[in-house]
Design a protein around this ligand. Structure first.
Ligand SMILES: *Cc1c(COP(=O)(O)O)cnc(C)c1O
Length: 391
């Protein structure tokens, strides 16, 4: 590693893991799988998911629509942000052929009808407010129509929609399958109260991955809970299920290698931080798996606990951890931070002149996986990352 001067943090891409997650959802989810583009809009991720069977994309802005349309002209898109600009609705409909739109109030429905010339071929998805109590990242409070007003909106949307769906988002990094079944039961009651049929039940994102101290139940348990809750729902006989995973499809597929630029006692100053891919390490106080990358594994000493500082001048750019690393770790050593494929580089800014990345492709196993239980033991600190990077 030391022989190759690398100024920027290095993103390690793992195409095999990306494909595996995509195939797992395609094979095991009993419905359509939409990838939530915001989790990681990198070209290699978009292309890799598509090659591995994910051909349906959840987009939230005009630039995400343009990205998917340009790279994957055959892909389907659903514009599921509940609050959209008028221009983006118009362009989505007329320029990019998008027909699927979310609404969570009458005003947004009126906006979509006006901007599409009262289109008769819309799929309208009514976003319901649901509880975020089982997720580590709440998405409640901003979007979704409350239960008392939902039946009215469902009924109104039915009158304007070619196809009607209901959707919700139970929050990100959901740890309990019952969060999905509970939300589906609530949705079913609202559909019954509206007295109309529904063609699509969209259970949203929220599927988890494994972070230190956060090991969710197996992914199959989430799918089983959704399948069981779908059966008794009061919907159309031919109603379909959708889900919109972001995190779960991509988290394992990228890690970031950062360089230690200075050590002060047990504080390490590294060239990656909260304005880069480690936003959640600060703002959600999450710990990410970490290991040292060293030229010579014989260097291995005992472990000690460290906190990390990122490269910007802002004192909020600090990751308290604690992170276990070799006690003799020093300036010029590298650390690999895992599980950064989702909401990692996609949140990086250019603040203070940082935020540039180099990319390499690696083939090693992830430090933990929701899709292959044989790798669920954390990697040993001090392990080599791969031949390509060390070259
Ligand atoms: C962010 C988002 C997702 C993806 O959520 P994850 O927790 O990453 O799976 C899916 N749908 C919508 C509407 C979102 O905003």
């Amino acid at each position: 590693v030391r022989s190759r001067h690398l100024e920027n943090p290095v993103v390690c891409k793992r195409p095999d893991l990306l494909s595996r997650a995509s195939r797992w959802f395609q094979e095991n989810f009993p419905g359509d799988v939409l990838y939530a583009v915001k989790a990681n809009p990198s070209d290699w991720v978009i292309d890799g998911l598509y090659a591995a069977g994910t051909d349906f994309y959840e987009v939230a802005s005009l630039s995400e629509i343009e990205l998917i349309a340009k790279r994957l002209p055959q892909a389907r898109m659903a514009y599921l942000h509940p609050v959209k600009s008028r221009l983006s609705v118009r362009k989505a409909y007329f320029d990019y052929g998008v027909r699927i739109f979310a609404i969570d109030c009458e005003a947004e429905l009126a906006k979509i009808l006006e901007e599409t010339g009262n289109a008769r071929d819309l799929t309208l998805m009514v976003r319901l407010a649901v509880s975020s109590e089982h997720a580590l990242f709440s998405l409640a409070g901003k979007f979704g129509i409350a239960a008392d007003a939902a039946p009215q909106l469902i009924k109104l949307a039915r009158a304007h929609a070619r196809e009607l769906g209901v959707s919700f988002h139970i929050g990100s990094q959901c740890m309990e399958p019952v969060a999905y079944s509970g939300a589906m039961q609530a949705a079913s009651r609202l559909i019954a109260a509206a007295g109309v049929t529904v063609d699509i039940v969209d259970v949203g994102g929220g599927f988890p991955c494994i972070y230190p101290g956060m090991t969710p139940p197996p992914m199959q348990d989430f799918v089983d809970a959704i399948e069981a809750a779908f059966e008794p729902m009061l919907v159309h006989d031919n109603a379909r299920l959708w889900c919109e995973p972001g995190r779960a499809l991509v988290a394992e597929a990228e890690s970031v290698v950062a360089r230690i630029d200075l050590r002060k006692d047990n504080t390490l100053y590294i060239n990656e931080g909260s304005y880069g891919a480690l936003f959640d390490a600060v703002h959600a106080s999450w710990r990410f798996p970490i290991r040292a990358l060293r030229q010579n594994p014989a260097d291995l000493t005992g472990l000690d606990e460290f906190s990390l500082f990122g490269p910007t001048c802002d004192s909020i750019d600090a990751m308290p951890g604690p992170y276990a690393l070799p006690a003799d770790i020093a300036e010029g050593d590298y650390v690999e931070i895992g599980m950064l494929g989702a909401y990692g580089t996609s949140l990086a800014t250019g603040f203070n002149g940082f935020g540039q990345y180099d990319y390499v492709t690696v083939e090693d196993k992830p430090c933990a996986s929701m899709f292959d239980t044989s790798t669920s033991a954390p990697a040993a600190s001090g392990a080599f990352i791969d031949e390509e990077f060390a070259r």
